[in-house]
Design a protein around this ligand. Structure first.
Ligand code: ZN
Length: 466
């Protein structure tokens, strides 16, 4: 029997252990997509306790707690921070075989040096020890980022964001690059005309453009795109159910936009046409500035109306959708490619049954200009666990080039989630180690070692050219 989570956790072979300890472990982290608020980094926030840094905003943990029968009061409600932590500690032993069990103990070990397992018996002791540490300067946001050996962070920002905190971080001379990333989802959310018009008005203000036509709308967005570029942004991201690639004419889009601005609801066809047009326009903008574009496809969101109306979005009521993807995705990418305006692209799927669809789709648009121009993004959200990561890497290996993969990102709201890179790296080294053990790939540590270092860091560094 192996020891639980010792230094060779997830590393089943000697080759995997060598690859991890000698090549993966010390590579810096290039976190090209996350949801950390830049304000916290700008202010170098210190967290008052373990609940604030660990449970607040973590819908993965809330879902597990609800499933374990914990009342909402202890997840998102008005219970005290200690009470919330106590309920989490009660839940942890019930998360065996869920990745939360691994992440929890990796995070306690990596950041706080705690080897004990979290349970009701150890809750008080772990709470006190972590809180004492969190109250020291060593545990400020920036020092946690330094401790995790992070080289670059890309946040997630709306086009109307002032980027004031990014500017402040830069002016401060923080040695880790903290860059904005362009997330214009709200700029195409025309299902809700009132919210959308409100957004257009805010955009008009921020861009200082009078938006009286679709052309003016695009001009205002372009102005913000330029502003993001001037502030170091080289990367966009879209969270969408599926790709939108309906046919449309300029006249149709102008009419649809006028209709929106007059406050008239759109029908389904008009919504699809408008979204298809916006997605294309965003792709054109990214290409013009040499940005990379990311697409996170396939979440079905806010499924519980009752709890959405109480708690709002991103609170743990989203799941894996089954939207049709192959055809619209092909048409969308081809539309840009036909104009020779397809940027470097990373595609993430949430439905694991789509893995091979994505991994083969990318091959259609590789054009020899850049290694791995079209990237198959790392296992995301419900798939960022051992099984999901292995399946993503196997699909990529079978149908593309694993060696050109830009690797892991945290996609998290928590500073402690950097340990997911360790989890990913161990999983990667283990896959390669098993192949060596089985005689399926050569025992060439120079080749394998550099491949591991590239996937952990160098590929991303070279690909994004920030
Ligand atoms: Zn994300």
């Amino acid at each position: 029997m192996k020891k639980f989570m010792d230094e060779n956790f997830l590393l089943q072979t000697e080759t995997a252990q060598k690859l991890y300890h000698e090549h993966a472990a010390n590579m810096p982290i290039f976190d090209y997509h996350c949801h950390i608020p830049p304000q916290q980094i700008a202010e170098d926030k210190k967290f008052k306790n373990l609940t604030e840094i660990w449970l607040a905003g973590d819908h993965y943990k809330w879902r597990a707690m609800r499933t374990n029968g914990v009342d909402e009061r202890f997840c998102t409600g008005d219970a005290s921070d200690w009470e919330k932590f106590e309920k989490w500690a009660e839940t942890v032993p019930h998360t065996l075989r869920n990745p939360l069990y691994h992440w929890t103990h990796l995070e306690l070990k990596k950041f706080f040096g705690i080897d004990k397992l979290l349970s009701p018996e150890t809750a008080r002791e772990i709470w006190d020890e972590c809180n004492a540490k969190l109250n020291t300067d060593e545990y400020s946001c920036r020092n946690i980022i330094r401790k995790a050996n992070v080289n670059t962070i890309c946040t997630t920002d709306d086009p109307i964001d002032s980027l004031e905190y990014h500017k402040a971080i830069k002016e401060d001379g923080f040695e880790v690059a903290v860059l904005p990333a362009w997330r214009p989802d709200k700029a195409m959310m025309v299902e809700d005309i009132i919210l959308f018009n409100d957004y257009v008005d805010q955009l008009a203000d921020v861009a200082n453009v009078e938006i009286d036509s679709f052309d003016a709308y695009i001009a205002a967005i372009e102005k913000r795109h330029q502003f993001f570029h001037e502030n170091g942004c080289r990367l966009s991201d879209h969270g969408l159910e599926t790709a939108y690639a309906e046919d449309y004419t300029e006249k149709e889009i102008n009419n649809i936009f006028d209709k929106i601005r007059s406050g008239i609801e759109l029908n389904e066809e008009e919504i699809l046409k408008f979204k298809s047009c916006m997605l294309y326009e965003f792709g054109i903008m990214d290409h013009a500035k040499g940005w990379t574009q990311q697409y996170h496809f396939g979440a079905i969101r806010n499924n519980s109306t009752r709890l959405f109306s109480k708690l709002g979005p991103d609170t743990g009521f989203d799941s894996i959708g089954d939207f049709q993807i192959a055809q619209p995705l092909s048409k969308f990418l081809d539309r840009l490619d036909q104009q020779n305006k397809l940027s470097q692209t990373i595609l993430y799927n949430l439905n694991p049954s789509d893995n091979e669809i994505y991994a083969t789709m990318l091959g259609n648009f590789q054009d020899g200009s850049v290694p791995g121009k079209m990237q198959y993004g790392s296992g995301w959200w419900f798939l960022d666990q051992k099984d999901g990561m292995e399946k993503q890497m196997n699909a990529l290996s079978n149908l593309g080039l694993l060696s050109r993969f830009v690797g892991m990102l945290t996609d998290s709201r928590s500073y402690l989630s950097y340990s997911r890179h360790e989890y990913f790296r161990r999983t990667l080294c283990n896959l390669l180690g098993n192949d060596v053990e089985n005689g399926e790939i050569p025992y060439d540590m120079e080749l394998l070692g550099s491949m591991v270092e590239n996937i952990c860091f160098n590929n991303a560094k070279n690909y994004f050219k920030f």
